[in-house]
Design a protein around this ligand. Structure first.
Ligand SMILES: NC(=O)c1ccc[n+]([C@@H]2O[C@H](COP(=O)([O-])OP(=O)(O)OC[C@H]3O[C@@H](n4cnc5c(N)ncnc54)[C@H](O)[C@@H]3O)[C@@H](O)[C@H]2O)c1
Length: 371
């Protein structure tokens, strides 16, 4: 909802951001600045990793998908995201990934922000991939393979173009219409100026000659779309689509051949491509590299892999970013999500039958005047 009015701060008011509002924030800033801004918030939060109360997300699995809750908090803010993953949804005209989230005040429990997070998840995932690749990929990387050209793919392409100077992206999807859609969206688009897009006949063809390989496919199966014989020295694999038990993309031999980095180890062991490897298989948490506590890539020939599953802290950062930007840009609408009570001990007043029309009218005024 775009509103001309200033979102007013109120004791219990919550700022609501619709997909149009979030698109408005991106539109006002430009996609490059928005990705850079979100990446900066994500990096900043990774650097204060110890200040977070962290947990692996809670997943409810069904035959065709998963619905997950992703909570996290620091001393002043709490956030959660509701997100699904249903790879067959697109055949029904629905998105594979849909999400919304909340940012709340720890001191009182008041929800400050209720936001769409479908578009936001695509932005934060691309920004996180770029934060990781800036730390792990060879700095002279210019060519990326992008396997899976669905809803997330343009965001990955733009993040790597703007944040890592990727000049050519080699595309592959089992659905040629998805690749055509990506090319349509990015060709002759000033946001992708200087970016060469090459459609490839196979995954092997797309990966050949790439410095970075991003996999972002959706299929509820243990796939092996990247195999060890496709790797070249110095490659960085950004594995994003394998993010659920029984839903993976990368052959275990790729992980064995690589130095593997993860977001939050306890969650990635359950959900990542890492799930196929023994529990003592060595991995490094990304925050340790960003904070300079452990090395990233050891040499230019090493293969690195970011086994990304998406961690709650990245959504926390994204919600913080949106909340700050919405207030600067005066976007969004305050909503009375919580009961607005003149007397907080008197919740019953919301449903108390009014004795007369005038009492009903004055009760309505009392309950709404704090909105
Ligand atoms: N790690 C994270 O933080 C994170 C965040 C968001 C989404 N995801 C995951 O990313 C994946 C993609 O999400 P989306 O919203 O773009 O889904 P989408 O359904 O819009 O697109 C997925 C694409 O993958 C293609 N595909 C499926 N199997 C393939 C294969 N074997 N080879 C090549 N292409 C193949 C499909 O044809 C489709 O075009 C999902 O699995 C989702 O769960 C991960």
């Amino acid at each position: 909802m775009n509103t001309a009015t200033t979102p007013t701060a109120n004791r219990t008011n919550t700022l609501f951001l619709s997909p149009i509002d979030v698109a408005g924030i991106i539109g006002r800033q430009g996609i490059a600045a928005a990705l850079q801004g979100m990446a900066a918030y994500i990096r900043q939060d990774f650097l204060r990793w110890q200040s977070f109360d962290k947990a692996a997300r809670v997943a409810s699995h069904s035959a065709d998908g998963v619905i997950e809750l992703m909570p996290i908090a620091d001393a002043s803010r709490y956030a959660f995201k509701y997100v699904n993953g249903h790879p067959k949804n697109t055949a029904k005209g629905l998105s594979t990934v849909m999400a919304f989230g909340v940012l709340a005040d720890v001191a009182t429990g008041t929800p400050l922000l209720l936001s769409e997070m479908t578009l936001t998840t695509a932005l934060r995932t691309a920004a996180t991939s770029a934060v990781a690749a800036r730390a792990l990929a060879r700095p002279d990387s210019r060519v990326m393979a992008l396997i899976g050209n669905g809803a997330q793919s343009e965001f990955q392409a733009l993040a790597f173009h703007h944040l890592l100077d990727i000049e050519e992206i080699r595309l592959y999807d089992i659905d040629p219409a998805a690749t055509a859609k990506l090319r349509h969206n990015l060709q002759n688009n000033p946001d992708a100026a200087g970016l060469r897009l090459t459609a490839c006949a196979s995954i092997r063809d797309a990966v050949r000659g790439a410095d970075i390989v991003t996999t972002i496919t959706a299929d509820k199966t243990n796939a092996a779309i990247i195999t060890a014989d496709m790797l070249a020295p110095g490659m960085h694999v950004n594995g994003v689509g394998g993010d659920c038990p029984g839903k993976t993309e990368i052959h275990p031999d790729v992980l064995r051949a690589a130095k593997v980095f993860v977001e939050f180890e306890p969650q990635t062991r359950i959900e990542g491509d890492l799930q196929h490897l023994p529990t003592d298989f060595a991995v490094t948490e990304l925050w340790q590299v960003l904070a300079g506590k452990l090395p990233g890539r050891d040499n230019a020939d090493q293969v690195t892999m970011f086994d990304s599953v998406g961690f709650a802290m990245e959504d926390f950062s994204a919600l913080r970013y949106l909340y700050d930007q919405a207030q600067v840009l005066r976007l969004g609408a305050p909503i009375a999500l919580m009961a607005q009570l003149p007397n907080p001990k008197d919740l019953y007043q919301l449903i108390r039958p009014a004795a007369s029309p005038s009492e009903r009218a004055s009760a309505r005024v009392a309950l709404t005047e704090t909105v």
